[in-house]
Design a protein around this ligand. Structure first.
Ligand SMILES: [Zn+2]
Length: 393
């Protein structure tokens, strides 16, 4: 063997060994869920079991939506965060159902159509926000509740004008019409608006996108809302009205947003409806980001814990946790490494899988079997006693 060949061979072997060492090191540095290996967490004590509640009527509703959260996202979070035998707070809710999610235009829904189904009980086409094919507004659960005197709140880690909160608070033919959604949300009377990206509410002079020059944040402040764009200044509002939108990269955690919303509207003697949404679960699943997904699931689960603690003390609150659709076609498969599971994704888009629903509190026992997402609306309105309420002008 020539000397040159020996040097080249040695260099190649050294490079392979160095690459291997680097990969192992990077995996260790990256934490428990690097790449496509899910590390099973240390065992964590289970939350106390909740008893099924059979009374039919609730005064309050906390509806939690994990955008893109399928059964596999829940299972992955359970394994990573609670160990092989632990359960999430979400999974402590004793009444469960499976929810069919197709829209009127596609067997694979988007968030707009799915949220419209839950908000209005009507199946619409993908992209549509709570209007019928002729463009007429479909009354939402929130509008029915507010017509009965209940307070309402929207909490999300996404833009507040994004499809899921929009379906409960606005009526537009396209989810992309976010400037109009913001205008309708500001005029909706909904007592709590907490989410991300204030630009759709502000004029260009305040760094916003409103070409009509309207300052919706200032209008809300004039209408008695406590308003803030600073995450450090987030707190409950004693006026019962709270508007807070934050930069996505620097927003308060979902449990803190949920608590501020509850502390603002829960004292309404007529009751309240509150939507709490996590967008992280969908974004992470679109992009196949396992660590981000587990972080987002943990944040969502902690928000559910806040909701449950309130509901337990209150005794009159229905808590429902579900999703609009599954994202990513996530699968958990055997792996060769100990205490890990392999993770596979079958798409970067949404899927047509049914999604899980967990419920606890008065009205929760109605959730049973496999149901349409429009029936989620019907069961929620029945639980709140809003089903006979006419919304005709
Ligand atoms: Zn999505």
């Amino acid at each position: 063997m020539s000397r040159r060949l020996t040097i080249v061979t040695t260099a190649i072997v050294a490079l392979i060994v160095a690459t291997g060492i680097a990969i192992v090191w990077m995996r260790q540095q990256a934490g428990p869920t690097h790449g496509n290996l899910l590390t099973i967490g240390a065992p964590v004590a289970r939350p106390p079991l909740l008893q099924r509640v059979d009374t039919p009527h609730a005064k309050n509703l906390i509806l939690v939506v994990g955008d893109g959260m399928g059964l596999t996202q829940l299972a992955a979070a359970r394994f990573a965060l609670r160990g092989p035998d632990g359960i999430l707070w979400i999974q402590a809710l004793p009444s469960t159902a499976l929810v069919r999610t197709q829209s009127s235009s596609s067997l694979v829904t988007d968030s707009a159509a799915a949220a419209t189904a839950i908000a209005t009980g009507v199946r619409v086409a993908n992209g549509v926000v709570s209007v019928d094919p002729a463009g007429a507004s479909l009354p939402t659960l929130f509008e029915r509740a507010r017509a009965r005197g209940l307070s309402a709140g929207l909490v999300t880690t996404a833009r507040i004008t994004d499809a899921t909160p929009a379906a409960f608070s606005a009526h537009v033919a396209s989810r992309d019409d976010e400037l109009e959604i913001a205008k309708q949300q500001a005029a909706s009377g909904i007592e709590v608006l907490l989410g991300c990206n204030p630009e759709k509410f502000l004029p260009p002079s305040r760094g916003g996108e409103r070409k009509d020059g309207a300052d919706l944040a200032a209008a809300l402040r004039a209408a008695g809302y406590a308003t803030t764009l600073d995450p450090a200044a987030l707190s409950a509002s004693s006026s019962g009205r709270l508007f807070g939108l934050f930069a996505e990269k620097n927003r308060p955690p979902l449990p803190a947003l949920t608590r501020a919303a509850l502390d603002t509207i829960a004292s309404d003697p007529e009751g309240f409806v509150l939507l709490v949404e996590s967008e992280e679960t969908d974004s992470a699943s679109h992009n196949h980001q396992l660590e981000r997904l587990i972080r987002g699931m943990n944040e969502l689960d902690e928000a559910v814990r806040v909701a449950l603690e309130f509901a337990k003390a209150d005794g009159n609150t229905l808590v429902v946790v579900t999703a609009d659709h599954e994202t990513g076609g996530m699968q958990l498969v055997e792996s060769k490494t100990e205490r890990t599971l392999g993770v596979r994704w079958s798409t970067g888009k949404h899927t047509g899988q049914p999604v899980p629903l967990y419920a606890w509190g008065p009205g929760s026992a109605r959730f049973d079997g496999e149901i349409d997402n429009t029936e989620v609306h019907d069961l929620l309105t029945a639980a709140l006693g809003l089903d006979g309420l006419s919304m005709d002008p």
